[in-house]
Design a protein around this ligand. Structure first.
Ligand code: PMP
Length: 425
């Protein structure tokens, strides 16, 4: 199977034909991935990645399985043009209930990147419809990541990031410096002024500011003070620019708040959600907007949002998303994320003494060890697998965001594996 995989199957950011042998996962349950062949004596690996932020409840969860099965018996998909169904309506209503006021309208789409595309289209179309078509650029800060399709790529970290190949071809956006790294750092007025000044200077051409709140994920796993989100909200209000928060990674509790915007007590004009939306079961994302944005678009010469993917509102994904949200909110999830935070702080704290480790940081259910050199991915992954844990290091980072259901013993395994990977990588 691995030979066929290497010959025919693209993997994320992978070459063709493949150059490394991926592990074959046969099934997954709870926090464990069962391998087709044992590796270093492990038939199962503890998942330290939640399948890239998404599988917050772990795998093969009976509640989510029931939701998927129940919906499968009724209807797995139906076109969304001119038709609607209960799971999509229930999901949209639920999202409006749990996200910050005054987000009110929900566009369901099929991946995080597409939700960012939709968010950007909403903003550009809003200004075009309200008579200011020149407002079509975006401002973001360096070090960000918003996905792999065209508009999202244009607001990813422009230097040393994942999309350097397309520099000069992508739309030219406005970049602020990255926020000072450190969630608990005191507010830096000079940086606040930098943000205000850039928004003011470019206001006439800016459709929106788009940022990841509190955690910059795939651009470097950096945390920043929520104070800068308040600065952006104020600057956007003052200069008539929309604010988009990309909560695709941070949404649904990962940072200790249901949405990271809550750390700052602000609400965006448009919010993107994905990843944990369906508990990692199915591919679905959403772009939510306010009445103001929807109303502006509706007043335009083309009074519709011109976007309508085939699998929009997929009922299976919507039913599982509803079940995942209900499951999350029916528990003391804050306590669970706090428990992860404590375990990660304890377990990763020791990594600070490892040769070549530059920084160790933890926020909510996210733990990061940053090296002072590019990680040897193969060696670091191998070291984690030897400990019976699945990790996916990248750049100079070894990081983990375990499922919320990870027990203390498994969490200790994960932090030990991160330390081993840091020492090996
Ligand atoms: N925005 C952020 C903040 C992300 O972390 C990601 C995924 N890593 C995306 C957008 C893109 O989402 P997807 O991979 O589902 O397209």
């Amino acid at each position: 199977m691995v030979a066929l995989d290497r010959a025919h199957v693209w993997h994320p950011y992978g070459p063709m034909p493949g150059r490394t042998d991926p592990l074959v996962v046969e099934s997954a349950s709870g926090v464990r991935l069962r391998l087709a062949e044992p590796v270093h004596g492990h038939a199962e690996l503890v998942d330290g990645m939640s399948s890239w932020w998404s599988a917050v409840h772990g795998y093969n969860h009976p509640v989510l399985n029931d939701a998927a099965r129940g919906q499968l018996e009724r209807m797995s998909h139906v076109m969304f043009g001119g038709l609607t169904h209960e799971p999509a309506v229930r999901l949209a209503t639920r999202l409006v209930e749990i996200t910050p006021e005054p987000l009110r309208h929900v566009f369901l789409c099929d991946s995080g990147s597409v939700s960012v595309e939709v968010a950007v289209k909403m903003c550009l179309q809003y200004w075009r419809s309200t008579g200011r078509p020149d407002k079509r650029r975006l401002l973001t800060w360096r070090g960000g990541y918003h996905g792999d399709t065209w508009q999202p790529m244009s607001v990813c970290d422009p230097e040393g990031g994942m999309h350097d190949l397309w520099a000069g071809v992508l739309p030219r956006q406005v970049f602020a410096d990255a926020p000072p790294a450190g969630h608990d750092l005191p507010y830096d007025p000079a940086y606040g002024d930098h943000l205000r000044e850039l928004v003011a200077r470019h206001a006439d051409e800016l459709a929106a500011v788009i940022v990841e709140p509190v955690v910059q994920g795939a651009g470097g796993m950096r945390f920043h003070s929520p104070a800068y989100l308040r600065v952006l909200r104020e600057a956007c209000d003052e200069h008539d620019v929309l604010l988009v928060l990309d909560e695709i990674a941070t949404g649904f509790g990962r940072t200790g708040r249901l949405f990271a915007a809550e750390h700052a007590g602000i609400s965006p004009d448009v919010m993107c959600l994905g990843k944990a939306l369906t508990g990692g079961y199915l591919t679905m994302a959403a772009a939510l907007c306010t009445e103001r944005v929807a109303d502006g678009i509706s007043r335009g010469e083309v009074p519709v949002l011109a976007h309508g993917p085939t699998f929009m509102g997929n009922p299976l994904a919507a039913a599982v998303a509803c079940a995942s949200i209900d499951l999350l909110l029916s528990q003391d999830w804050q306590q669970e994320v706090k428990r992860l935070e404590t375990g990660l702080r304890e377990g990763l704290g020791e990594a600070a003494g490892i040769d070549g480790v530059r920084d160790v940081r933890v926020l909510g259910g996210i733990g990061v060890v940053q090296l002072d050199h590019p990680v040897d991915m193969a060696a670091a992954t191998e070291a984690a697998v030897r400990e019976g844990v699945w990790l996916r290091p990248f750049r100079d980072l070894i990081y983990t965001m375990p499922p919320y259901v990870t027990g203390d013993a498994d969490l200790a395994l994960i932090t030990r594996a991160v330390r081993a990977a840091a020492a090996a990588g």
